[in-house]
Write a protein of this length. Structure first.
Length: 177
């Protein structure tokens, strides 16, 4: 006979298990308990749960940007071979902001970017902020000193532009007029 609690083999006349102390049925041999261990249904359940969690994480990564896209977000800034342009989502049309602009960072109402200007035997890289309508522009720095691929990125928020040149932080407030 076998203990119904721990599975130990017991004498047929045992009333208690010598290993775990559990009371026995005392009526003849009982089948040993089912084996548990790796590869059983418990292990499979863990993998199913992990797969479900992975699917949920992927679905959220795809859906959250769409959920938080506000109804009034109708434009997007893109860089093309024609410079910096604004895409109107509703109509699918593109409007040019600056044909020479490069390395752009967009804010809700403006875009900040580097603009190359030929100078002597080289190029001067200015840092510019321009409204998404294209009608207002601020030159934030006339000469960044190096091409943008050697400089840090431009950071924007709704009303501020920040960048670092030669270890010095430059901070500007976006003026709409």
């Amino acid at each position: 006979m076998y203990c119904s609690n721990c599975g130990s083999q017991l004498p047929n006349d045992a009333r208690f298990c010598k290993k775990c102390g559990a009371a026995t049925a005392g009526n003849g041999p009982a089948a040993p308990p089912a084996a548990t261990g790796g590869g059983g249904s418990g292990s499979r359940g863990i993998w199913v749960a992990l797969a479900a969690i992975g699917i949920v994480v992927i679905a959220l990564a795809i859906a959250l940007p769409l959920i938080f896209l506000r109804a009034n977000d109708t434009t997007g800034v893109v860089f093309t071979r024609n410079g910096i342009e604004v895409s109107e989502f509703a109509s699918g049309t593109m409007r040019q902001i600056d044909p020479a602009g490069d390395f752009a960072t967009a804010a809700p109402t403006y875009v900040a970017y580097f603009r190359p200007t030929p100078a002597g035997d080289g190029t001067i890289w200015a840092i510019v902020a321009r409204g998404l309508t294209g009608s207002y522009e601020q030159v934030l720095l006339k000469d960044a000193g190096s091409p943008p691929w050697f400089l840090g990125p431009i950071a924007t928020s709704a009303h501020r532009v920040a960048f670092a040149i030669d270890g010095v932080l430059h901070l500007f407030q976006w003026q709409t007029s």
